[in-house]
Design a protein around this ligand. Structure first.
Ligand code: IPM
Ligand code: MG
Length: 373
């Protein structure tokens, strides 16, 4: 029996290209694992009306964790148009598989390290080392949305909130409502993880990125909990920033920040900004972690126009594999992999097109593998 069972979900577009690259590196590392392929993505939406079939969920339940490639998501109307003719009009609604996985497996934490590796020509600066802790299941991603607004919801809001009055004469079909839901438990958890990380890796600040001056209740709850938790960590400063200003400061002085903590939507946005500071989505890894399961995925999308061309940069995927090895407790393998990645970047001999080179996705994989041996 192998030590680990890993669900293997390439998904859409370039997902397959980067997963093939990941396999080269994992084989070189000789990770003692079985990789169990699962169906996910646009193809299954079109054919089955479900981009994340139940059989795939079953595979995940039988594995230790999941490595995920990339996914294509399209807005509601566009998705419906691509459904197989026999499925049309049957009430199928597209929902993003990755968002569903985060919800179904309660993957409450999205960890997104953004580190500038020496020699990366795309670095904004060479001294950036950010780690984003993004809450991963609540906020605007809770999926509690209405359009048109049901009458009972309107009546209840009118009864319970004075500010609702200004909408009272708007027809219900002309109102869309998306709920920003935060729970104390999730706020505490994401903040605590940020502080624990800071303590473990000797970082001296944790920055909570919210907007409590305007969104007083949800962002306010996060900040209030952060202030309480910060008291348990003497020596680590709590910095409070508003998300809009934070975008400016991250462009102005990214090197002064270290651990960032944010809610789901703001965390989604700032993590893309952070990714661009260290070379773009080709370097942005992520881990969706829950109490019992984790899904690892590079942050880049499926880039359909490059699918199957082995053109895209697999470094984000390799850094994601590193996060997976950390999660599995394979610290030594994780460190070896990170060192190999860093060396390949620093040497700069094998580079994909985004780095100004002509190497393929798999050339990069073989180069990283060579540095591992
Ligand atoms: C991400 C992505 C996803 C998100 C999309 C693909 C649903 O942007 O992982 O950052 O919004 O969380
Ligand atoms: Mg995103």
């Amino acid at each position: 029996m192998t030590k680990y069972k890993i669900a293997w979900l390439p998904g859409d577009g370039v997902g397959n290209d980067v997963m093939e690259a990941a396999k080269i590196v994992l084989d070189e590392l000789k990770l003692d694992a079985d990789y169990i392929p699962g169906d996910v993505g646009w193809e299954f939406w079109k054919k089955e009306g479900n981009p994340l079939p139940d059989r795939t969920i079953k595979i995940l339940k039988e594995t230790d964790c999941c490595l995920f490639g990339a996914i294509t998501s399209k807005p509601k109307e566009e998705s419906e148009k691509e459904l197989a003719p026999e499925l049309e009009g049957k009430g199928y609604v597209y929902s993003s598989p990755i968002v569903r996985l985060r919800q179904e497996f309660k993957l409450h934490t999205n960890l997104r390290p953004c580190k500038a590796y020496k020699g990366n020509p795309l670095n904004y600066r060479d001294d950036i080392d950010l780690v984003v802790f993004r809450e991963n299941t609540e906020d605007l991603y809770s999926g509690v949305e209405f359009h048109p607004l049901p009458k009972e919801v309107m009546d209840s809001l009118l009864e319970n909130h004075p500010k609702m009055k200004k909408f009272k004469d708007t027809p219900l079909e002309d109102i869309a409502l998306s709920c920003r839901i935060f729970t104390r438990k999730a706020c505490q958890s994401i903040v605590r993880q940020g502080f624990e990380y800071a303590k473990k890796f000797k970082r001296n600040s944790v920055t909570v990125v919210e907007k409590p001056n305007v969104i007083r209740e949800t962002s306010g709850l996060m900040i209030r909990e952060a202030r309480k938790i910060a008291q348990e960590y003497p020596g680590i400063e709590l910095w409070e920033t508003n998300v809009d200003a934070m975008c400016m400061w991250l462009v102005k002085n990214p090197q002064i920040y270290s651990v960032l903590v944010s809610s789901n939507m703001f965390g989604d946005i700032i993590s893309d900004l952070c990714a661009q500071l260290i070379g773009g989505l080709g370097f942005a890894s992520s881990a969706n972690i829950g109490d019992n399961y984790a899904v690892f995925e590079p942050t880049h999308g499926s880039a359909p126009k490059y699918a199957g061309q082995y053109k895209v940069n697999p470094m984000a995927m390799f850094l994601t594999v590193k996060l997976m090895l950390d999660y599995l407790g394979e610290k030594e393998l994780a460190q070896r992999l990170e060192n190999a990645i860093a060396r390949v970047i620093e040497e700069g001999k094998v580079r994909t097109y985004d780095l100004g080179g002509t190497a393929s996705t798999l050339d990069m994989a073989r180069e990283v593998a060579r540095k591992l041996s």
